[in-house]
Unconditional design. Structure first.
Length: 378
């Protein structure tokens, strides 16, 4: 079974559009957008939103499912009056050996495209079916292999790595990088449209999160993480966070998943309503979040002296955080807080009097900085 590249798939979709004269889109069986042709003239809201969001909306999915597209073996005409803003279109199941792996949608608002023209592109549909079947089967395989690759069970990790390497899904001689995806509102991420990502990125759900595994190198990871998160943003408007691990051997995926968890905690803390991406390599002291729950870490470092600062004057707390984040540089701290340097010195003396920490000594500064840094993640 040969496999077409994304560029070849786009070319095949363009050929269908040219032969039939109908604007054409290709979606996988989860109605993720795979490719779309250009179009002239008006297009309906369903096509426009599908292209912009890279997936059909839930109400459109339910509508199309009601026409029996999953079981159809021949082209189906979807009437234009089925829902507001919907033009008539042909649905062509992309099937391989009796299984539907996707759907071609041919926009036909005037119902001028005859079924004979649709059937005449059967050779192109077969080529698309082969490629989509191959990718879907790889996805079915990775849906269990990726969670095992990232699990705490060393034996399961070794078996998963061996199978994925044997099947050519990850190279045997290169480290892997892992990206985790999470919603800011805590709900399930759902399936990721891997057609938008570079070839070779494996995807699987793990609990409420999504996991991506690839071996293309850490330099490409931020782009992959950002693209994956943005592809989900239209569905999850509260915001999507992405955490990136460092490169690890394939048999040490659990370490990468712990690194991802720490990066995700920080990314989720950074804000909602957008895409936030954080990398393990940039976490600094917050890497400690990969070794224990935040409450456990804060408890281990708990000190009544720090608590008096955390629950006291917010100006003093903000001053302490800024001063410690800027390595005790008084000039930069005063500028960051927009206060006179003498005001800063007065506040620092008050912090020392309140907490008993001597901010002129390294151990006290380190302890207080750790407590303040981790307190946000309780």
């Amino acid at each position: 079974m040969s496999d077409a590249s994304p560029i070849q798939i786009q070319e095949l979709v363009d050929i269908v559009a040219a032969r039939t004269g109908a604007p054409t889109t290709l979606e996988d069986r989860e109605l993720h957008l795979v490719a779309s042709s250009g179009h002239e003239g008006a297009v309906d809201e369903v096509r426009r939103r599908s292209i912009m969001r890279r997936r059909s909306s839930p109400d459109v999915q339910r509508l199309f499912a009601s026409f029996g597209i999953a079981a159809a073996e021949e082209p189906l005409r979807i009437p234009g009056n089925a829902m507001p803003g919907l033009f008539a279109r042909w649905c062509v199941p992309v099937r391989w050996r009796g299984v539907a792996y996707g759907y071609l949608w041919l926009l036909d608002p005037d119902e001028t495209v005859p079924v004979s023209a649709v059937r005449a592109v059967a050779d192109i549909v077969d080529q698309l079916a082969v490629s989509m079947a191959r990718r879907a089967r790889a996805s079915d395989h990775t849906s269990w292999a990726v969670p095992e690759l990232l699990s705490a069970d060393a034996g399961a990790r070794a078996r998963a790595a061996e199978e994925l390497q044997r099947d050519g899904l990850i190279p045997a001689t290169r480290d892997i990088t892992v990206v985790g995806l999470a919603r800011h509102d805590g709900g399930p991420v759902g399936p990721v449209n891997t057609w938008l990502l570079p070839r070779g990125v494996l995807s699987a759900p793990i609990g409420q999160r999504g996991a991506l595994v690839f071996s293309s190198g850490p330099d490409t990871a931020p782009d992959i993480a950002d693209r994956a998160a943005r592809s989900l943003l239209a569905e999850h408007t509260s915001g999507v966070a992405a955490g990136i691990s460092g490169p690890v051997p394939a048999t040490d995926g659990h370490t990468a998943w712990r690194q991802v968890d720490a990066a995700l905690r920080v990314a989720l803390h950074d804000g909602a309503g957008a895409v936030t991406v954080r990398s393990w390599s940039d976490l600094g002291v917050l890497r400690l979040l990969s070794f224990a729950e935040p409450d456990t870490l804060v408890t281990a470092l708990s000190d009544p002296r720090a608590q008096s600062l955390l629950t006291g004057d917010p100006d003093l707390l903000r001053t302490a955080r800024t001063y410690l984040d800027l390595a005790g540089n008084a000039q930069r701290t005063a500028a960051a807080l927009s206060i006179h340097r003498q005001t800063l010195y007065h506040r620092l003396r008050r912090i020392t009097a309140l907490t008993g920490y001597d901010l002129d000594t390294g151990p006290d500064r380190l302890t207080l900085h750790l407590v303040l840094s981790l307190s946000d993640f309780r």
